[in-house]
Design a protein around this ligand. Structure first.
Ligand SMILES: [Zn+2]
Length: 380
């Protein structure tokens, strides 16, 4: 099954429909009730499937179908052909995260569907790797059409450890528009790059302040991080630049109010940067727009899903923790479904050339999935 899924080159920029078509046919052979939700130009789809009774108490097993590109990476094998070498399985997506999806799809063959007391839901999303763009639509559609599940397991690679909380991702583009002028005449224009530099300096001070007040979160590092990843602007050293834009992000601790940083930045722009820009160029502006936002997985004081997953084999010996990488779990949690992240393989292999998964991880995941099926059949 994993070889089959890896063979679909579902890089985020490309369509995932060949994979979705194949999986939907496969799921229908198990009597699944399937629903698709689409991106705007219908080149990509989420697939949400229900098996068993339409009843409360269900469980969602969730994976994303897309993978990151292999461009410029030095692969020793064909990244889209699962290849065994020295006991490890190499291929793009083997760990992040077709391994989990392959396990739950393959184990369906052993499920006694007529014994299900509670529904099994399977969720396959698109565009996780480019900002979790597909998931909210799928969750919304699923809740409108099926009974709300109790638990969700998002099988991102955690080496089968339980992740109960993770950071948010918040990506923004800030565009500074000034006015061009000869560099000998700065009082006739407004330089966008220097204004952008002041804003970036302020972002850095926010990041340093967050670091100085690091808490005891299990996230690595245990503070909210702020980064600027890309910048462009200007034409020549003797021209005041009329344009500068940069892409930046912050990754907030699970309990950080995600609005606070953007509000603080906007206050600085309105109070300090814009008045200076507009001294000689009243039309100058600074616009910040959201590019992507992935909600955090918040620590859950009741820890319902965590306690439930703790008892499943394959997970039993592992620890619980918090991580810095973001997943789709926050979307399920916001929909009122108690969620954890737990899946086979290591995040250290994710996005790397020669990505691999250890088959022993898949075995442990099989044990967990079999226990989920047994739970749904009322056996524990
Ligand atoms: Zn992933």
């Amino acid at each position: 099954m994993l070889a089959r899924l890896v063979a679909f080159p579902t890089v985020s920029r490309d369509s995932n429909l060949d994979l979705i078509d194949w999986v939907e046919d496969y799921l229908k052979s198990f009597g699944a009730r399937c629903r698709r939700t689409w991106n705007a130009d219908r080149t990509k789809a989420n697939l949400f499937a229900a098996i068993g009774p339409d009843a409360p108490g269900g469980v969602v097993l969730s994976g994303h179908t897309d993978v990151v590109p292999v461009d410029g990476q030095d692969w020793r094998t064909d990244p889209f052909e699962l290849t065994e070498r020295d006991g490890l399985l190499y291929g793009r997506g083997s760990a992040d995260m077709k391994g989990f999806s392959a396990v739950f799809l393959a184990r369906l063959a052993l499920l006694n569907r007529s014994a299900l007391q509670r529904p099994l839901y399977l969720a396959l999303s698109y565009d996780e790797e480019v900002g979790c763009l597909g998931i909210d639509h799928m969750v919304e559609d699923a809740l409108a059409n099926f009974t709300r599940p109790d638990f969700a397991i998002i099988g991102e690679p955690t080496t089968m450890q339980i992740v109960r909380a993770h950071k948010s991702i918040n990506v923004f583009r800030t565009v500074v528009t000034g006015r061009a002028a000869h560099s000998s005449q700065p009082h006739r224009g407004a330089g966008a790059i220097l204004a952008a530099a002041r804003i970036i300096e302020h972002l850095d001070s926010i990041g340093r302040e967050r670091r100085a007040h690091a808490g005891d979160s299990g996230c690595e590092p245990p503070w909210t991080t702020v980064q600027v990843g890309r910048i462009e602007g200007g034409t020549a050293v003797n021209i005041l630049p009329s344009h500068c834009e940069f892409l930046w992000e912050y990754r907030g601790l699970p309990d950080e109010d995600p609005e606070q940083i953007i509000e603080s930045l906007q206050g600085f722009i309105d109070g300090e940067v814009l008045p200076d820009l507009r001294e000689f160029a009243p039309e100058a502006s600074v616009e910040t727009t959201s590019v992507a936002r992935v909600p955090p997985l918040m620590p859950d004081s009741e820890a319902k899903a965590e306690r439930w997953v703790r008892d499943l084999s394959g997970v039993r010996e592992g620890g619980s923790g918090e991580v810095s990488f973001a997943t789709e779990a926050g979307s399920f949690q916001r929909a009122g479904i108690s969620s954890v992240v737990c899946g086979p393989g290591s995040i250290d292999q994710a996005h790397q050339p020669n990505e691999f998964i250890d088959p022993a991880e898949l075995r442990r995941c099989e044990a967990m999935v079999d226990d989920v099926f047994a739970y749904l059949c009322g056996a524990n």
